[in-house]
Design a protein. Structure first.
Length: 201
């Protein structure tokens, strides 16, 4: 084989190798994007399903927390899309450096806490829920529509129905969210009453 032919073959091999590397990087990027929420960079619903399915298939118990961002629609109306998006990003900031946190819907988030084999620490999940709710805080963007994160902890162990566990946790989440709305509403009523007394004085 001549030197010229060797050069041509080497050039073709290098070109093919470069194209392969570019293709693999593109595939990796597409795969990453398919598991990532574009706004927050958090893992998305597909990533959540993949992670929980993997734990269930291995028979590995886990705890989880489902979160709902209350009054996000009111925030969107009052602040516009940019303001509402900033509130959503705050949910990611409230969990930064902590446990795996997912954005599983527009105003829905989830925290995943794998246990130790067949054991699961629900108390840890509950503590994480309270910490994240506290760190996110409450934002008053519209009359009688404070934005806050409400969560409820659940768990799955081998032999249990994960879908059923999610339904139960969702119900607990709804109750917790209503309780927080009621408490915040009572607080606003007291503030209004005090403001009225000051104005009348």
């Amino acid at each position: 084989m001549s030197t010229f032919t060797l050069i041509l073959v080497s050039s073709a091999l290098c070109t093919a190798l470069v194209q392969l590397i570019v293709l693999r990087r593109s595939q990796d990027r597409l795969r990453r994007l398919s598991y990532e929420d574009p706004l927050t960079g958090l893992p998305n619903r597909r990533a959540w399903d993949h992670a929980t399915d993997a734990l269930i298939d291995r028979g590995h118990a886990f705890a989880f927390v489902l979160f709902d961002m209350a009054n996000l629609k009111a925030a969107n109306t009052a602040l516009g899309h940019v303001g509402a998006d900033n509130l959503i990003r705050r949910a990611e900031e409230a969990t930064r450096g902590g446990e795996p946190f997912y954005r599983v819907g527009g105003d829905e988030f989830a925290l995943l806490l794998p246990g130790d084999g067949c054991d699961v620490d629900v108390a840890h999940a509950e503590a994480a829920r309270m910490r994240i709710e506290r760190q996110f805080g409450t934002t008053h963007v519209a009359s009688r529509a404070p934005v806050f994160l409400a969560g409820a902890a659940g768990s799955w162990k081998p032999g249990e129905d994960f879908a059923g566990a999610c339904v139960e946790t969702d119900a607990a989440l709804d109750q917790h969210k209503l309780a927080r709305k009621s408490a915040l509403g009572a607080h606003l009523n007291r503030e209004d009453a005090l403001a009225g007394m000051v104005a009348a004085a």
